[in-house]
Design a protein around this ligand. Structure first.
Ligand code: TMP
Length: 214
C-alpha cells in the first residue's frame, strides 16, 4: 500500500492490525473513549463488518469450516464487505471530519489471504485498487507471539473461530506479514508490543494518534 487518497477526507483514518488475541478491539474502544474525552468526534468500527451489509457477510467469513472458501473467494467476500463498509460508514465519517478507528482493514487481507493462504500478490493488488483506494493515515500494529494471542482469543464471540482454528504455521506467517508491512511503510505504521501492560499500550496509541491530529 503506498498512495494515500485524500480526496474528500477531512477526518483521520486510523486502523488497528495484528493477529488473533492481540487486544485490538479493547484498544480500539479505549482509544475512541480517550479521543472523545479530548473533544474529538470519533467513529469506531471494525472489519469484517461496520455496516449492515458487511455484518451479514461477516457471518460467512468467520464461521464454519476453515476450508469452506478458496483463498480467492474469501478475498472477494472480504472485498465486498469492505466496499459496503467504505461506502456507508468510513467515507461519510471521514468526510464529516471524524477520527475513524477501524479494527482491521486492508492489511489483514494481505496478512491472512496473501501471506497466510497464498493468494497471488497481483490479485491482491488488483482487488485492493478496485475496492479499497482509501489508505489509512496511521496504522497501529499490535504485535504478539501467536501462541500467546490464540490462548487469549478463545474468549471471543461464540462460533467466530474459523481463522483461529488454522495451524501455528499460518498464524506465524500472519505475524511476520504485519511486521513486514510496518517495515515497508514506516511513515504509516507504528508497531506496539502487545505483551506490554494495557495502560502503556493505550498511552502509546493515543500519543501516535494525537501526533497525527496536531
Ligand atoms: P476479528 O476476529 O478481528 O473480528 O476478525 C475476524 C477474522 O477475520 C480474523 O481471524 C481475521 C480475519 N480477516 C481476514 O482474514 N482478512 C481480512 O481482510 C479481515 C478484515 C479479517
Amino acid at each position: 500500500m503506498t498512495a494515500r487518497v485524500t480526496t474528500g477526507r477531512a477526518g483521520l483514518f486510523v486502523t488497528l492490525e495484528g493477529g488473533e488475541g492481540a487486544g485490538k478491539s479493547t484498544l480500539a474502544r479505549r482509544l475512541a473513549a480517550d479521543l472523545e474525552a479530548r473533544g474529538h468526534a470519533v467513529k469506531l468500527t471494525r472489519e469484517p463488518g461496520g455496516s449492515a451489509g458487511a455484518d451479514a457477510i461477516r457471518a460467512l467469513l468467520v464461521r464454519g469450516d476453515a476450508d469452506r472458501w478458496s483463498p480467492l473467494a474469501e478475498t472477494l467476500l472480504f472485498a465486498a464487505a469492505r466496499t459496503d463498509h467504505l461506502e456507508r460508514t468510513i467515507r461519510p465519517a471521514l468526510a464529516a471530519g471524524r477520527v475513524v478507528i477501524c479494527d482491521r482493514y486492508l492489511d489483514s487481507t494481505f496478512a491472512y489471504q496473501v501471506a497466510g493462504h497464498g493468494l497471488a500478490q497481483a490479485t491482491f493488488d488488483a482487488v485492493a485498487a478496485a475496492t479499497a483506494p482509501e489508505r489509512p493515515d496511521l496504522t497501529l500494529v499490535l504485535d504478539l507471539p501467536p501462541e500467546a494471542g490464540l490462548s487469549r482469543s478463545r474468549g471471543g464471540a461464540v462460533g467466530e473461530d474459523r481463522f483461529e482454528r488454522l495451524d501455528a504455521a499460518f498464524h506465524a506467517r500472519v505475524r511476520t506479514a504485519f511486521l513486514d508491512i510496518a517495515a515497508r511503510e514506516p511513515a504509516r505504521c507504528r508497531v506496539l508490543d502487545a505483551t506490554h501492560p494495557a495502560e502503556a499500550i493505550a498511552a502509546a496509541a493515543l500519543a501516535h494518534v494525537t501526533e497525527r491530529l496536531s
